[in-house]
Design a protein around this ligand. Structure first.
Ligand code: ADP
Length: 801
């Protein structure tokens, strides 16, 4: 129904109009003045106005022109209703005021009705047109929207990333082809399962949490996660989504993208892995545990399996096998035991060891597997492990291959590529360096240990390198040679070692580790002649010499040789005499005179006594050497003792020799000594004086106090002793006339024994020339301290008992 506005100041006219228009069944509105009409027009959409021309205040023409001035109402057709004038001026005014028609009273109801109905129809047509126009506009908009969406999709499809959109509740409503290709599933499936089936289980909880947070807050979403590809390998993606909101700031759609950041992520991870590996590698100097640590670190970060093999004694030994599942490790080890690798194989660790080249197999083809399998069981076991892809890299130390690290992918479905191989190679390089360092360290440590040992050995050890430079000089070498290390190390052996050229020429050098024959040679060291026993062993860096000072040993050896010579000589003479005498006595065929028989017996007795003496001396000397001689130190009266010795000697005075004891003063203190031994010393000195005075002369004995000592002097006028020999005659077996040119026999032990006995009671013994003829032997024995001087008789009595 359209609105028809009837305007007249007189109600009866309005009533009449109402009557006429009723049958049109339109909605009639009434206005009683021009102002009233304008108000009605503000409120209603009017199809046609029937306007009375003659009205008070605002007449019909004025009202019409106001209606025409308003934008909203200017198109509304106005039909003037008038009774007054039909003249042209009125009519013209009406049209210029915007009338579309005039009806004059009295008017025919049919005409009026038809006129009004025309305008209503027109109005409705217009309304319809307007609606149609609006409709059209909406359609166009829809078309536009569709186009823009298409353009968006087009863009989305052209993207290298996966693009998706989701409803405000998070449900996917679009993914681009790239995403479908990646997951290789139909869109419906993807929508049904959402992301949960394709996100790596480890990344899923974080993803769900963040996505829910974004949906709740309407804030952009961002996350890094692994998405499973059609080949069931996972790749890292950066996922982003931004919300599109309407005017009321409500989210109407989510626009999302997944960018593949796998390479970058893996590079980062590889970097991190290498850093961790570096820490593990530096952590130990035991290279076996280092390698095991590396294998552990690699699983599952860069592979499902890691294995390290090391070449030991020409054989490949597996040091570590790693997998997250210990049962599988067992299975793999069992497999290794049952099916050892073929050393000639063109794949795996043996191949890498042989060639020193890395090996990368991106995909282990099923046929290949069957080909490599030894038997069905082998194939079954290998299949059970589910190997997919592998790489083996060599460990190279000091230029040679020392082992292999192998990485295998299995259940992760990962395929190793050149990037992975590069990482593995880098790891192998670092591992090799660590192993090399560990070995170096061990060598250095061993060397240091060897050096420490060398420092403690008693033998002098030194090393001369191929250039003739001294590289090692141990403590013992310092001590024996009297050459400080600093004077020797790093210098030419020829410049610093005395007698080097001679030494090098004479000492045989054995090849290591052969036995070295030692050479004994004399060297002038620190101003003394020393005898060194020295041997050399050659090795790649030079020659190691070991030497010891055998000067003492040599002296002893000479003494031993002297002993043997002397003893055999000394014993032989009396033995020969005894033997000869006894033989003569024993002869039956000879009638011996009684006097001769007696003489022979005398010889036997004398020589036997001499033999006993010699043996006794030897016994005493060896006891002294071995430190087994007992000394009983006590106070004894020196004058009584001396008198006794002199009296005894007087009984066997040789021809031409006189013996005299000089008077002993009363002030002579007692001595502190072993009385028996002191007697032996004096006996020996007097005996020697007799022996070495072949031409006779006086032997004089004097006893006197000398400071803290009591001095005994035995002088003779015999052969005398050349001054340079004065010290030597006290040496064991030393005799001035070993060949006994003057026919005087002795063992050369007497003075040695005397010196040793005197030393043991802190006394001294020496010899001096006796005024140009013969010698004087002095013995000084400590005197007993003053307080004890009085108590001598008892002590002496006991000592001599
Ligand atoms: P021996 O048994 O040969 O006498 P000793 O040790 O008693 O051994 O003496 C060593 C050497 O010292 C003797 O061989 C001798 O040459 C020399 N000698 C010892 N006493 C005298 C002395 N009074 N006069 C000269 N030479 C002596």
């Amino acid at each position: 129904m359209a609105n028809v506005l009837l305007v007249d100041d007189r109600p009866e006219n309005l009533l009449a109009l109402e009557g006429i228009l009723e049958p049109l069944h339109q909605n009639l509105l009434y206005a009683y003045s021009g102002v009233d009409a304008l108000r009605q027009l503000l409120q209603h959409d009017v199809a046609v106005i029937l306007l009375d021309v003659q009205m008070p205040e605002l007449d019909g023409f004025e009202t019409a022109s106001l209606i025409k001035q308003r934008e909203r109402t200017k198109h509304i057709p106005i039909i003037f209703v008038t009774a007054i004038s039909k003249d042209e001026e009125q009519v013209f005014r009406g049209y210029s005021a915007g009338a579309v028609d005039y009806v004059f009273k009295p008017f025919s109801p049919e005409v009026l009705r038809s006129k009004v109905s025309v305008f209503i129809e027109l109005h409705e047509k217009n309304a319809q047109l307007r609606r149609q126009a609006e409709l059209l506009k909406e359609q166009e908009l829809a078309e536009l929207r569709r186009e823009s969406e298409e353009r968006y999709r087009f863009l989305a499809e052209a993207q290298p990333d996966q693009i998706w959109t989701a409803l405000p509740n998070g449900e996917l409503d679009y993914v681009n082809q790239r995403a479908l290709d990646y997951f290789a599933g139909p869109f419906s499936e993807l929508v049904e399962t959402g992301w949960t089936q394709v996100v790596h289980p480890e990344d899923l909880p974080r993803m769900l949490e963040r996505w829910q947070q974004a949906l709740d807050t309407g804030k952009p979403y961002e996350n890094e996660l692994r998405l499973r590809r059609a080949d069931s390998s996972y790749r890292w993606h950066l996922t982003r989504a931004v919300p599109m909101t309407n005017r009321r700031r409500e989210v109407v759609k989510w626009f999302g993208s997944n960018t593949d950041i796998d390479d970058q992520k893996r590079a980062e991870e590889a970097q991190r892995f290498l850093v961790d590996a570096g820490a593990a590698l530096g952590g130990s100097l035991d290279y076996r545990s280092t390698l095991a640590a590396v294998a552990k670190l690699a699983v599952p970060r860069i592979a499902d399996w890691a294995r390290v093999d090391i070449l030991e004694g020409g054989k490949l030994r597996t040091i570590a096998v790693e997998h997250v599942d210990p049962r599988k490790v067992e299975l793999a080890l069992e497999l290794g035991r049952r099916y050892p690798e073929d050393p000639q194989a063109g794949h795996g660790p043996p191949f890498v060891i042989r060639t020193g080249e890395s090996q990368l197999v991106t995909e282990i083809a099923e046929e290949r597997l069957a080909e490599l399998a030894v038997d069905d069981l082998h194939l079954g076991l290998v299949r059970e492990l589910g190997f997919q892809s592998y790489m083996c890299v060599p460990l190279v130390a000091r230029g040679s291959v020392i082992g292999v690290i192998s990485f295998v992918s299995a259940e992760s479905g990962r395929r190793f590529g050149p990037d992975d191989l590069a990482l593995a190679e880098e790891l192998a390089r670092r591992t090799s360096t660590a192993v090399e360092n560990a070995q170096l360290y061990r060598e250095v440590e061993e060397r240091a240990q060897a050096a420490r040992v060398l420092e403690t050995v008693g033998d002098g050890v030194f090393l001369v390198d191929r250039e003739g430079i001294v590289r090692l000089w141990n403590k013992a070498a310092e001590a024996i040679a009297g050459l400080p290390r600093d004077d020797v190390l790093g210098r030419r052996a020829g410049d610093v070692l005395p007698g080097w050229d001679d030494l090098r020429a004479r000492v045989p050098v054995a090849g290591a580790p052969g036995p070295a024959a030692a050479e004994t040679l004399p060297l002038e060291l620190a101003g003394r002649e020393r005898w060194l026993s020295i041997s050399g062993v050659g090795f790649e860096e030079g020659t190691v010499y070991a030497f010891r000072d055998i000067t003492e040993e040599r002296a002893l050896e000479r003494i031993r040789q002297d002993l043997v010579a002397t003893v055999s000589h000394e014993l032989r003479t009396p033995l020969a005499a005894i033997y000869g005498s006894a033989l003569t006595l024993a002869r039956d065929d000879l009638e011996l005179e009684e006097a001769i028989g007696a003489k022979l017996l005398e010889v036997i007795i004398e020589e036997s006594a001499r033999l006993a003496d010699i043996v006794n001396d030897l016994l005493i000397a060896s006891q002294l050497d071995a430190g087994r001689m007992e000394v009983r130190v006590e106070r004894c009266d020196a004058s009584v003792l001396t008198k006794g010795v002199v009296d005894a000697a007087a009984t066997h005075l040789p021809d031409g020799v006189t013996l005299r004891l000089e008077p002993v003063g009363d002030d002579l203190p007692p001595v502190v000594a072993d009385e028996g031994q002191l007697r032996q010393v004096l006996d020996n000195l007097i005996d020697n004086a007799f022996k070495y005075s072949p031409d006779g002369g006086e032997v004089r004995i004097r006893v006197e106090p000398a400071d803290e000592y009591v001095r005994f002097a035995v002088s003779d006028e015999g052969l005398g002793i050349p001054r340079p020999e004065e010290a030597r005659i006290f040496e064991k077996f030393y005799r001035l006339d070993p060949h006994m040119a003057r026919g005087i026999g002795g063992t050369g032990l007497g003075l040695y024994i005397a010196r040793e006995l005197v030393r043991r009671v802190s006394g001294r013994i020496w010899v001096e020339p006796n005024n140009g003829r013969g010698s004087v032997f002095y013995v000084e024995i400590p005197a007993a301290s003053g307080a004890e001087t009085g108590g001598k008789p008892r002590e002496t009595a006991r000592a001599s008992a």
